[in-house]
Ligand binder design. Structure first.
Ligand code: SF4
Ligand code: SF4
Length: 130
């Protein structure tokens, strides 16, 4: 079976570093982002954040009730996903498609959206709502 791992969708990362805090608490009983197995780097020139994971996730996912690593659970915008490579590729494709019809998904992942949603009616928009 294809192994799951953590994938980052960098342009959804806000740099909140909650993933780092929760990881350090989980693994060292300390709120100390420097001791986390995930590091969120800020790239000054581009003004973006890049989460870099340095662990195999196995321990963490088996400890949590729903088998999802804590860092992924706390990432509010959905910038971290725990999936196989194929699943991650499908989720990324879905994100691109949904962003084209719902700009909200430029800052928030569809898999974190708690409500049912409908695609924007493109034809109506193009025909001024007629
Ligand atoms: S990956 Fe998620 S939890 Fe971590 S800093 Fe980025 S937005 Fe915050
Ligand atoms: S999977 Fe667990 S150990 Fe690895 S970065 Fe996430 S919280 Fe830390």
């Amino acid at each position: 079976m294809e192994k799951k791992r953590i994938h980052a969708i960098e342009d959804l990362c806000t740099g909140c570093r909650l993933c780092q805090l929760v990881c350090s608490l989980e693994n060292t009983n300390e709120f100390n982002p420097k001791k986390a197995n995930i590091n969120v780097a800020h790239i000054d020139e581009q003004g973006i954040y890049i989460p870099v994971v340095d662990c195999d996730n196995d321990d963490c996912s088996s400890k949590s009730d729903n088998k999802i690593p804590k860092c992924v659970q706390v990432c509010a915008p959905g910038a971290l996903i725990y999936s196989t490579i194929n699943e991650a590729a499908e989720m990324k494709k879905d994100l691109v498609r949904k962003r084209a019809v719902q700009p909200l998904f430029k800052v928030f992942a569809p898999w974190k959206w708690p409500f049912p949603w409908k695609e924007w009616p493109f034809e109506k928009v193009e025909n001024n709502g007629k």
